[in-house]
Write a protein that binds this ligand. Structure first.
Ligand SMILES: [Zn+2]
Length: 391
């Protein structure tokens, strides 16, 4: 089977790097976080007031606020960061009207995510050369942002493909105080033509707590540090609950816990990235079930562990990595009876219960681990779907 991937002229790729800005620039970033938060709350508040009083939506822009005497300090930060606040608020409202999100909330000083986005703007000079308000050296990893005094040295844990155009940078400070710089690049679309070998395929059945079981019966290996982190977090959480809210010790413990949460999240994401990379390198066809994650999270049975092991994030990674490498990810209909079908004779075992970990076919006597069997059915169904789509 031959597969061509091409959609549009450009493709975007995001990179996220850790970096330590100078003290002065860190203060400038903090100021920008604060200004963005203030502007969000102010614009949302004005929207609410105007709408409730005269039923109209205000047409204010960040520039209008910068002219106000009480907001004069908004001029001290990157104006593109403020412009993005307005865009974000607009899209929050449109998500609300499309009923895909709740009404936009005010951002609290304490709990709101500290981040801002600034865009790359290219200007043509008189001598024909082009200059940009952000400079990024993809080799050394030096990033100079608007309103910053010095460039930030990024820790390049992966190399930046050099033939792209910088689009935007998002600065984020996580709850443990570490700063990250997300760099969005745009590249000319490469046309990939690849012969897909649909026999070089693997099926994955989501399984808890080990993320998945594949059609060969293997489960991914989560490194030990991740598992020890989990029990550590539980212990620190208990300690926090015994401290008095608002006290110095409580605050100390809260930061300690936040650091561990951040570390666990990074460890987990690292594992998910490595797994999805290895799978999309090794196989031409990857088949998964199209699960409704929000329904699974809601159901008490899986609750926490379903959101913790990051299946949704993992399938997103598989999807874009497969696309990038010219491979195929097939999602099998969620109502397909993957665990109830016998992979040997095709009999549907309706009486199979969730507690039956081993599948024993009542018709042909075939036995197999329940999840592995499901994974095999998923990959079989995916191949069938691909064949149908080809004709
Ligand atoms: Zn059977």
């Amino acid at each position: 089977m031959r597969k061509k991937t091409s959609n549009g002229k450009c493709e975007q790729m995001a990179y996220r790097f850790y970096g330590i800005p100078s003290k002065q620039d860190a203060a400038q970033e903090d100021k920008t976080f604060g200004c963005c938060r203030y502007l969000w709350n102010r614009m949302l508040g004005d929207h609410n007031t105007l709408y409730s009083e005269i039923g109209e939506v205000p047409a204010n822009t960040p520039a209008d606020y910068k002219d106000l005497d009480e907001c004069i300090w908004l001029n001290e930060v990157d104006s593109l960061a403020l412009a993005n606040v307005q865009l974000n608020l607009d899209s929050a409202f449109s998500r609300f009207f499309k009923k895909t999100a709740r009404y936009p909330n005010f951002k609290s000083r304490k709990f709101a995510k500290k981040s801002y986005t600034t865009n790359a703007v290219y200007l043509k000079k008189k001598d024909g050369s082009i200059c940009c308000n952000i400079s990024l050296d993809p080799v050394s990893g030096l990033l100079k942002l608007p309103k910053h005094k010095d460039p930030v040295q990024l820790r390049l844990h992966r190399s930046i493909r050099p033939d792209g155009k910088l689009k935007s940078v998002t600065v984020t400070m996580e709850s443990d105080g570490k700063r990250y710089y997300s760099i969005l690049m745009e590249y000319p679309k490469q046309e990939l033509t690849r012969d897909l070998d649909t026999d070089n395929a693997i099926g994955l059945d989501m399984s808890l707590p080990k993320l998945y079981v594949d059609s060969n019966g293997n489960t991914p290996d989560f490194p030990k540090p991740y598992r020890t982190m989990e029990s550590k977090i539980k212990r620190e959480q208990r300690k926090l609950s015994r401290k008095e809210k608002g006290s110095k010790n409580y605050e100390k413990q809260r930061i300690k816990l936040a650091k561990q949460h951040a570390k666990a999240k990074h460890l987990r994401n690292d594992v998910l990235h490595k797994l999805s990379c290895a799978l999309t390198d090794r196989y031409d066809l990857i088949a998964i079930e199209d699960l409704d994650m929000s329904a699974i999270k809601r159901s008490l049975r899986f609750g926490k562990s379903a959101s913790d092991n990051g299946w949704g994030m993992f399938t997103d990674m598989l999807s874009y990595k497969a696309k990038r490498k010219g491979k195929q990810l097939v999602k099998v209909d969620r109502w397909f009876p993957s665990s109830k079908t016998c992979s040997h004779c095709g009999h549907i075992h309706k009486e199979l219960r969730l507690s039956d970990r081993i599948y024993l076919c009542p018709k042909c006597g075939h036995t197999m681990d329940r999840d592995q069997q499901a994974a095999q059915n998923i990959v079989k169904e995916a191949k069938r779907m691909l064949l149908n789509a080809a004709f």
